[in-house]
Design a protein around this ligand. Structure first.
Ligand code: C5P
Length: 229
């Protein structure tokens, strides 16, 4: 399967289902985030899983270890392929999440969010996190790796430094992807699908370049082609 994960950023489950059905079942994986999950609930995720989609449940859990472990268990029971937690939840929380998911015969991939890409150095300083974004991202990526998580979500700019530091088996899941010539929208630091993969990303989270395209299937096929070339 391709490394593309389509961000299903739709407010209504019917729209999301309609859209994804047009693309064909096994073309790519899908990401369900907070908006769609809050609207449509776990039943919708189960429906996608039962229809054969590999689902990245992007709920970024961040709470005390016991609560996060229980949430990860609930996500695992839905049969999701990937889920995520905030590395800032700390070592004990990350270990609890890892231990919970590793009990599944086919454990979902457990990915950490390091520093949200909406934050800058001044925001970090105001929160008491000293050092640059890059220092903090790397420190949290190392922590996630030490707690045996499967990878991190990172911006295209962080791919190569994390890849160099942490090695080849750590999964890097990267949003901020824009095919050549497409709208940047609100993404500031972007790479093309081809650049991101050659820099070391494993999975590309792509939303609007596909979901808002006049012909989404054609947009997806063009991205797939650009990756092969
Ligand atoms: O439409 P677009 O391709 O920008 O969508 C990117 C997706 O990745 C959205 O669902 C967005 O919430 C998510 N995301 C992001 N940047 C992050 C983490 C997640 O764009 N740092």
């Amino acid at each position: 399967m391709s490394p593309i994960i389509i961000a299903l950023d739709f407010s209504q489950p019917e729209k999301a289902l309609n859209f994804i059905t047009q693309l064909g079942q096994h073309r790519c994986r899908v990401k369900v985030g907070k908006e769609l999950f809050t609207q449509a609930g776990p039943a919708f995720v189960e429906k996608l899983v039962n229809q054969g989609f590999e689902v990245f449940l992007d709920l970024k859990y961040h709470d005390i270890p016991n609560t996060v472990a229980k949430a990860c268990q609930a996500a695992g029971e839905l049969g999701v392929w990937m889920l995520n937690v905030h590395a800032l939840g700390g070592r004990e929380m990350l270990i609890a999440a890892h231990e919970t998911v590793s009990n599944y015969p086919q454990p979902p991939l457990l990915i950490a969010v390091t520093i949200l890409t909406s934050l800058d150095d001044a925001d970090l300083y105001a929160m008491g996190l000293h050092g640059t974004i890059e220092n903090n991202v790397l420190r949290l990526a190392r922590l996630a790796h030490a707690c045996q998580l499967d990878g991190v979500v990172c911006s295209p700019q962080e791919i190569s430094i994390i890849r160099q530091e942490i090695g080849a088996t750590f999964n890097l899941v990267t949003p901020g992807i824009r095919p050549e010539g497409s709208e940047k929208n609100d993404q500031k630091r972007i790479m093309t699908p081809h650049e991101a993969l050659t820099t070391g990303a494993n999975y590309l989270v792509i939303g609007r370049p596909i979901t808002a395209a006049p012909n989404p299937l054609q947009a997806l096929l063009a991205i797939e082609q650009s990756i092969i070339d």
